[in-house]
Design a binder for this molecule. Structure first.
Ligand SMILES: C[S@@+](CC[C@H](N)C(=O)[O-])C[C@H]1O[C@@H](n2cnc3c(N)ncnc32)[C@H](O)[C@@H]1O
Ligand code: SF4
Length: 353
């Protein structure tokens, strides 16, 4: 029987599993305290569990499987981790420091099949989905790094914006969200967690119907179908006529704000014309919309794109703002390391091949 990651179980799943295996319900809280409060990595350290329970856990689960392959530290405090999974695949996880706290960007898939034309993550097609446990373990590895540094710092925010399309790995992503949000464990507030999608409209409906208050970001990047299809192939399957009704459903159902991500690509989508089209697209939902303008992180393989000039970024921002659209320009993190998501992984794979 092959073991699975204990991080992949929600509190309810662990409780039922323990009860089914003849253990008392309260053991679940003991196990979670060891995992998420004391953050141990070996079942033997769970000293208040009886031998039978320890053997049971040890026979069915493991705690950690990710190996740190590379750690790059930026002068601004950003740390990028490259982890090797049990099967040898590589993934990235990033720790970022903001005035409001420490945020971790997690990966949900090994590669990505959506293949956006500007993204390093999509350079290598998807090998497989990550399990819920493998996504949770990324947070635990970063938290354990912080524990070792010893400044009593805690991961306070999560962005599901690493390699992969989270809505293409929906149920594992939801298990992950339930584990990290659970008050019995890490208790990271739902409003401190953001999931970003390239726009899988049917899953936006599902996400709106979930009983959890996680923030949603939609990678828009263009205000019309022609341009969006050029930049993002996914727009063929989910054009704006499908995406925007899903967005409207989400807003109506949750009454929570959506962030629209918009990478500014020089002379591609950064003119006044596109800014005005974006205003039109969002004007009926501007009270619940926020546009995050993202300076493009150059990727060698996508050299058809350049970062917009500072001047055009400011003009685009002002056009949105003057027309009543709430917006901001993303503060860059880790620009002196392989900052674009998926870049460190693809470089490492190229170097090995
Ligand atoms: C890597 S994706 C992962 C989440 C999801 N697949 C999505 O596309 O929203 C997270 C965000 O990074 C952005 N991104 C990808 N490549 C980028 C680059 N080279 N420079 C800046 N942002 C980039 C994406 O457009 C998206 O908004
Ligand atoms: S931007 Fe998101 S969806 Fe597009 S290729 Fe990159 S990870 Fe995949």
């Amino acid at each position: 029987m092959s073991k699975t990651s204990i991080y992949g179980l929600t509190f309810e799943q662990l409780t039922s599993w323990l009860v089914e295996h003849g253990q008392k319900k309260f053991r679940a809280q003991q196990v979670w305290d060891w995992l998420y409060k004391k953050r141990i990595t070996d079942f033997e350290e769970m000293t208040n569990l009886n031998k039978e329970c320890l053997a049971l856990l040890d026979n069915h689960f493991y705690i950690q499987s990710l190996k740190q392959a590379i750690k790059q530290e930026s002068s601004d405090g950003t740390i990028k981790f490259l982890f090797e999974l049990q099967d040898g695949n590589l993934i990235e996880t990033v720790l970022m420091r903001f005035s409001y706290g420490l945020s971790v960007c997690v990966t949900t898939q090994v590669g990505c099949n959506i293949g956006c034309t500007f993204c390093a993550s999509g350079l290598l097609t998807k090998n497989r989905d990550l399990s819920g446990g493998e996504i949770v373990e990324q947070i635990m590895k970063v938290q354990q790094h912080l524990d070792r540094v010893g400044k009593n710092e805690r991961v306070s925010h999560i962005v599901v914006m690493g390699i992969g399309e989270p809505f293409d790995n929906y149920s594992n992503m939801m298990d992950f969200l339930r584990v990290v949000n659970d008050q019995n464990g890490l208790s990271i507030g739902a409003r401190h967690i953001t999931v970003s999608t390239s726009g899988l409209a049917h899953k936006i409906y599902d996400f709106a119907d979930e009983d959890i208050q996680i923030n949603l970001a939609v990678s828009l990047h263009a205000p019309n179908n022609e341009l969006r299809t050029k930049i993002m192939k996914i727009n063929k399957a989910f054009p704006l006529e499908k995406l925007m009704p899903a967005v409207d459903y989400y807003l109506e159902k949750t009454n929570r704000r959506i962030t629209f991500e918009y990478i500014l690509l020089r002379d591609v989508n950064d003119h006044k014309e596109e800014a005005l089209q974006l205003v039109q697209l969002l004007k009926d939902k501007r009270h619940l919309s926020y546009v995050n303008l993202i300076p493009y992180n150059p990727v060698d393989e996508h050299n058809q794109y350049q970062r917009s000039t500072k001047e055009s970024i400011v003009k685009f921002y002002e056009t949105l703002l003057n027309n009543g659209i709430q917006c901001g320009v993303r503060v860059e993190q880790g620009s002196d390391i392989d900052a674009a998501c998926g870049q460190l992984r693809s470089k490492q794979i190229k170097a090995k091949s």
